[in-house]
Design a protein around this ligand. Structure first.
Ligand SMILES: Nc1ncnc2c1ncn2[C@@H]1O[C@H](COP(=O)(O)OP(=O)(O)O)[C@@H](O)[C@H]1O
Ligand SMILES: [Mg+2]
Length: 260
């Protein structure tokens, strides 16, 4: 259950409130999320951690409104988006459009013939003229140091390059909230440093960030709030410092103390 302290978070400070959320991929299959509860606050660097299969990716899809829970409630910035029977699907999508999600697998995001078209896709789709969409796309590519990829077909890129292109596509859409699903995976050291700098830059410019990761050094260095998932439930919510004192939680969730 959501704790009393979390209930007292002022509505205006809430990013997401999730209560008792159950989700499964098919009727009759086991729950991927079995009663997930947490409150995420605005203007905090949030990390989700947990072993493979603990429910991080599923949770992000629920937050972005891409998966519908079978039970429970989800609110975004104080507005209930699920079950919210009187909120039309189009209104919910409009609300959640300010939330960008970087998929764990960039192949799920890259659909166009060239990198430039891909990165320009969302601004274009939202009705901007091509010149403005292209300007935003080129700026996003430059910000990530990958302008030289603009004319390449996305499917020919390395995994790390694809991840950066997918991120450029999100930046071009100018999100207010970003959910990043294992953004560091398969990035080289330069890519990681770049990503960290971009995250800081985004956070400073007012974007709320939620990162799912296995990288406990990153959690120790970057996160202010941590949610630990294990087998579709929340095992812990608190600061990284508190988490690293909790050997019981680390053991149960299959996590390592980063030793920093
Ligand atoms: N597409 C899918 N179809 C069926 N089950 C899935 C699918 N994706 C994930 N699951 C299951 O849902 C649970 C949570 O998975 P997931 O959210 O991907 O975990 P994580 O991102 O933490 O590794 C796991 O038991 C996983 O096997
Ligand atoms: Mg995952």
């Amino acid at each position: 259950m959501v704790s009393v302290a979390e209930y007292s978070v002022a509505l205006s400070e809430e990013l997401f409130r999730v209560e008792g959320v159950h989700f499964r991929y098919r009727e009759g299959s086991p729950w991927a999320l079995r009663g997930v509860d947490f409150v995420l606050r605005r203007r905090r660097r949030v990390a989700f951690v947990g072993a493979n299969g603990s429910g991080k990716t599923t949770t992000f899809f629920v937050l972005r409104g891409l998966f519908t829970p079978e039970k429970g409630r989800v609110a975004f910035r104080g507005t209930e988006v699920y079950p919210a029977p009187t909120l039309p699907a189009r209104e919910r999508e409009k609300l959640l459009q300010s939330v960008g999600i970087l998929f764990q697998d960039p192949d799920d995001m890259l659909i166009s013939l060239t990198v430039l078209e891909d990165v320009a896709f969302t601004p274009l789709h939202r009705g901007l003229p091509w010149e403005e969409a292209e300007r935003r796309a080129r700026a996003a590519l430059a910000r990530l140091g990958i302008e030289s990829l603009a004319d390449r077909p996305p499917r020919e890129l390395s995994f790390g390059q694809k991840k950066l292109v997918a991120l450029a596509g999100l930046l071009a859409a100018e999100p207010e909230v970003l959910l990043l699903d294992e953004p560091m995976a398969f990035l080289d050291p330069r890519g990681r440093r770049l990503l960290l700098a971009i995250l800081e830059d985004l956070f400073a410019s007012g974007v709320d960030l939620v990162v799912a990761t296995h990288d406990m050094r990153f959690v120790a260095r970057w996160a202010e709030d941590v949610v630990v998932l294990s087998e579709g439930t929340v095992l812990f919510r608190g600061s990284p410092a508190e988490l690293f004192r909790r050997d019981d939680v680390l053991d149960a969730a299959g996590l390592e103390d980063p030793g920093v």
